[in-house]
Design a protein around this ligand. Sequence first.
Ligand code: PEP
Ligand code: MG
Length: 314
Amino acid sequence: RKEVLDAVPEGETHTRDGLRILTLANIGAPADAAAAKKKGAEGVGLFRTEFLFLERQDAPTRTEQVMAYSQVLDTFDEDAKVVFRTLDAGADKPLAFADLGPEENPALGRRGLRLSQVRTDLLDTQLAALAEAAQKTGKMPYVMAPMVATPTEAKWFSDRAREAGLGIVGVMVEVPAAALRSSQVLETVDFASIGTNDLTQYAMAADRLQGELSNLLTPWQPAVMQLVKSTCDGAGGRLIGVCGEAAGDPLLALVLVGVGIRSLSMAAGKIQAVKAALALHTQAQCEAIAEAALAQPTPEEAKKAALALADPGM
Ligand code: PEP
Ligand code: MG
């Protein structure tokens, strides 16, 4: 295992037969970008921009945001994929300056894009700052909205982002409705990124913060993998990534590639192990592993079936 890890080259990631897979980092602050690059990240698959907004009395100004976004864009090459997720706040991550009042079920309330639709001022400043950062750095940022459930919401966001001057617009798929109807939901956007943390929570009706429910909350749940596959099946050639914790599990990454995922974003510390796993397997092997895993009734059996077909080096 150690030898395999050491043998993994820096830079681009491919399967054993040369299928290109993007391996990217999830970050929460601009300074994380450089650290992630050192650990082998080719770009950023998820910048959780809400961390710039939390625990403050006022929203960050446009100028502050331009600086933060430019720093991330400047870290990577011209053609790197660097994805900015617009503000994902709501009742569970409350903002002093955007309080819509208490909610009985915050996870099902006005969070993510739903908050942006009420506080368009916050969203528009963020989109304008990102467009300005793009101009300033000469880079092409990707921008995506969290918690998109319907084609109407996707179009609303896409129109607004494009009006602001942004060219590569996407949505997160983390609500089962969007995964099931991806061909319609993605019609007006260029790419999607699957948030397996929330997708699992909503598919299994299990609060992601409740540790006692961990057996329901694993992304190895065949129902969750099926939703990932459904998203890819309806993608119409668009680049579909995963940016939930699932992407950092080397064995599960093979399953994800096997159902059509071509971009994996994870905690930077997991990138080398995922690259190593991909380099050991062909696309056809990943597809066989995914098919076997998806045919199982339980997460345990899915994992076992995947491992049985994986390279013995795993
Ligand atoms: C997810 O839901 O999987 C995701 C990547 O977003 P967050 O964990 O920030 O909700
Ligand atoms: Mg999420």
